[in-house]
Design a protein around this ligand. Structure first.
Ligand code: GLN
Length: 543
């Protein structure tokens, strides 16, 4: 029978519930348990696909076309499993299912209400992840206890324990224990209040995980145990870790995984956690110190979470190149000034990430051109590839005024455009290429050598494509379309022979990078950037 762990948060948002849940997932997996994870989000958008990344951070794409919350990225990176769209449910998606059922007449004659109809739907979503192949589902409830929006979720998870049996459910509550400077003390009051709040919804936490800058003292743990009515061993001190991948080790030292297994009666099967590989990874991270500076040229750079998977993929590639990647977040709109000041010259590599809308595109094009001319390693992701193609078309292929439909629909040379069949679709979602697609790579190309494979699969999320009408022109002037869809219709990868690394992909490879298995494109890119940082860059050939 599948067991369930629910993770709620109190006191404040941004406490790292997603990371705590992910770290626990890793610990349980390393005990031999089969783990999957889920996020319940209390907002009304049906999925985060329609949200500006400045609101909640990046939209994480799953293999099966799900546009999901960025916490799923943490889950995948920590538990090393590919999740599906079922791993994310928003209030909006739950209400729309219930309302669709109401219209179909499923509840004929009944008043449709939050309890039981919405709460039942929430429980169904949780149960969807339970199966013969899964020992434990970790469900993170987004938002903070005390928010109006999360009440139906709390009610659903409260009922859930009764539905599936006491020993099959465990509630973990994450709180903050702040340090108050003048009195020199860590304070438990916010934790007490937050637990009281949770109890007022009928949920007594089994475990309280306390985030704090310094470890909780034994005395403080005792106090929380007393006042919040949990055993001493159920108070877990989650002290700030030196990097996020060290969090499982911190929680393991606090005994979190063994206590969870005891509560859920995972007897026998669960030997001690085998953390050898993870410890090796953390040691590798600690030892990766060669500095390498990567500029990420985007328009959502005020909120680095908007590029979370890109940043993590860069870091993973750094770990395995013995390098510590320092990210310089660069406003694409400020590129003109930065180029004039010569600031981009200090970068060892440039990433042009994905995005939507016209704003800041000229800055991305300028950055791509600068990287091309100055032999600076450059990696274009989705929109990044598109802007590299526009740059090349304008400045090398002689296509004056070349552009992308997103930037200038009236351009004489739309080198990036909608495909014919997309033109008449009015539904914005209907035109999107989403989820996992195959690509065939050209033998001997940089990308084929990086992947070590001629057939690769990557996740997509975009509408526009390189316009096939211009492919020949681009190729005859030296751009290599080094990866295409298997039917050769769509350009999936481009690169520039003779340049140390000027590579673009129409996909989002960042979503498939794992800390212990860096993505090959990112790995090669950071390797090339490190070459530049350490003065090993080959001179630029005539490109
Ligand atoms: N806006 C571009 C498109 O729709 C690129 C999207 C992206 O970078 N994810 O094709």
């Amino acid at each position: 029978m599948t067991k369930h762990i629910f993770v709620t948060g109190g006191v404040t948002s941004s406490l790292g519930k997603g990371l705590t849940a992910s770290a626990l997932g890793r610990l349980l997996k390393s005990r031999g348990l089969r783990v999957t994870m889920q996020k319940l989000d209390p907002y009304l958008n049906v999925d985060p696909g329609t949200l500006n990344p400045i609101e909640h951070g990046e939209v994480f794409v799953t293999d099966d076309t799900g546009e999901t919350d960025l916490d799923l990225g943490h889950y995948e990176r920590f538990i090393d499993e590919n999740l599906t769209r079922d791993s994310n449910a928003t209030t909006g998606s739950i209400y729309s299912s219930v309302i669709a059922k109401e219209r179909r007449g499923d509840f004929l004659g009944k008043t449709v209400q939050v309890i039981p109809h919405i709460t039942n739907e929430i429980k169904d979503r949780i149960l969807r992840l339970a199966s013969e192949d899964i020992d434990v589902v970790i469900t993170e409830v987004g938002g903070t206890v005390g928010d109006i929006e999360i009440l139906p979720f709390l009610e659903a998870i409260r009922q859930f324990r009764n539905d599936v049996g006491r020993d099959n459910v465990c509630y973990i509550h994450l709180t903050l224990v702040p340090y108050i400077g003048p009195s020199g003390e860590q304070k438990t009051k916010p934790t007490q209040h937050s637990v009281t709040d949770l109890r007022s919804r009928g949920i007594q936490p089994d475990i309280i995980v306390c985030r704090s800058a310094a470890p909780l003292t034994e005395g403080l743990k005792r106090k929380i145990s007393n006042l919040c009515d949990v055993p001493l061993e159920a108070v877990v001190s989650a002290v700030d870790a030196r990097n996020i991948y060290a969090i499982p080790l911190v929680l393991h030292d606090e005994g979190l995984d063994s206590y969870v297994c005891q509560l859920l009666r995972f007897d026998g099967a669960e030997h001690e956690a085998d953390l050898t590989d993870w410890q090796r990874l953390v040691a590798r991270i600690d030892a990766a110190t060669k500095p390498v500076k990567i500029g990420v040229v985007g328009k959502y750079v005020d909120l680095p979470d908007a590029y979370l998977s890109v940043a993590e993929a860069l870091r993973h590639a750094g770990f395995h190149n013995d390098a510590r990647v320092e990210i310089d977040w660069i406003h694409a709109e400020e590129i003109g000034g930065l180029l004039a000041e010569g600031r981009l010259r200090d970068l060892d590599g440039i990433v042009i990430p994905g995005g939507f809308g016209e704003r800041a595109l000229e800055g991305k094009i300028a950055a791509a051109g600068f990287a091309r001319e100055q032999a600076i390693p450059c990696l274009g992701l989705c929109l990044g590839l598109q802007m590299m193609v526009v740059e090349y078309a304008r400045n090398v292929a002689g296509l004056d005024g070349a552009s992308s439909r997103e930037l200038n629909p009236n351009s004489p040379h739309l080198v990036v455009d909608l495909m014919d069949e997309q033109r008449d679709v009015v539904d914005m979602g209907g035109t999107m290429r989403l989820g996992l697609y195959p690509a065939r790579l050209l033998p001997g190309s940089i990308v084929e050598k990086a992947y070590g494979d001629e057939l690769v699969y990557e996740r997509h999320r975009h509408r526009l494509e390189v316009n096939p009408k211009y492919r020949h022109r681009l190729e005859e002037t030296g751009l290599l379309c080094s990866g295409t869809s298997p039917d050769d219709r769509l350009v999936e990868f481009i690169e520039l022979p003779g340049h140390p690394f000027w590579v673009g992909t129409q996909a989002h490879p960042e979503f498939r990078s794992r800390p212990d298995r860096p993505h090959p494109l990112f790995y090669e890119f950071v390797g090339a950037a490190l070459d530049r940082a350490e003065g090993r860059n080959p001179p630029l050939l005539d490109v």
